[in-house]
Design a protein around this ligand. Structure first.
Ligand SMILES: [Cu+2]
Length: 183
C-alpha cells in the first residue's frame, strides 16, 4: 500500500497538446552521427553476485537514487556522467553484460530515440530481427550479450530522470540508473 499526501501547490510545467495536434517528428539524425561514437555514454547492465535475480548492477554499481550514473571508459578515454544539456544530442550505448540469459527491455525515460547500432552494425536502415527499431520508441530491446547504441536528444525539460528494465522483477531489484538533463 502506498499513501499519497498532497501538500502545498507546486509549479506545473506540464504541457497538454491541443486537440488534433499531431506528434512532432523525431529529431533528424545527422549524417555525421558516427563521429559521435568515440564520446558516447556506455552503460552496462549485469547481474550481481547476490543469489538468483536479486541484484542488478549498472557499470558494476547498484542503483543510487541520489545520483547519476557514470559511463564506462569510452573510446575518447573519458568516463562522462549520464548528464546532458537541454537541446543537446548524444549517442548512448546500452550493453547487456549478461547473467541468466535475459533479454532486457530497457526503458529510457523522457525522450524518443533512434536506434543506430546493434553489436557494432549500422542499423539505421533497419534490422530484420528488430523491425521495431525504425519506429518511434523510448525502449531499447536488448538481447542477451547485445550492445545497442541509440541517438538521444533532450528538447523539453530539465531535471533528474531514470532509465530501467521493464521486467518488473528486474526493475524492483534496482536494475535502474539515474541521469539528468541540465539547463
Ligand atoms: Cu531486465
Amino acid at each position: 500500500m502506498l499513501k499519497f499526501v498532497i501538500g502545498d501547490d507546486a509549479p506545473d510545467d506540464s504541457m497538454m497538446p491541443g486537440p488534433g495536434q499531431l506528434l512532432r517528428e523525431l529529431p533528424p539524425l545527422p549524417s555525421s552521427w558516427q563521429s559521435m561514437l568515440d564520446n558516447r555514454l556506455i552503460l552496462e547492465v549485469k547481474r550481481g553476485s547476490v543469489a538468483g535475480e536479486t541484484e542488478w548492477l549498472i557499470n558494476g554499481k547498484p542503483f543510487d537514487p541520489a545520483g547519476v550514473a557514470t559511463s564506462l571508459r569510452n573510446n575518447a578515454g573519458r568516463t562522462p556522467l549520464a548528464q546532458q544539456k537541454k537541446n543537446s544530442f548524444n549517442l548512448w550505448e546500452i550493453r547487456n553484460g549478461g547473467g541468466g540469459g535475459w533479454v532486457h527491455p530497457f526503458h529510457l525515460h523522457m525522450e524518443e530515440h533512434r536506434t543506430v547500432m546493434r553489436n557494432g552494425r549500422d542499423v539505421t536502415r533497419g534490422d530484420p530481427s528488430h523491425p521495431d527499431d525504425v519506429s518511434r520508441e523510448d525502449l531499447v530491446a536488448l538481447d542477451p550479450n547485445e550492445s545497442v547504441i541509440v541517438y538521444r536528444g533532450f528538447r523539453d525539460f530539465v531535471g533528474p530522470y531514470v532509465a530501467h528494465c521493464h521486467h518488473l522483477a528486474h526493475e524492483d531489484h534496482a536494475m535502474m540508473f539515474g541521469w539528468e538533463i541540465t539547463p
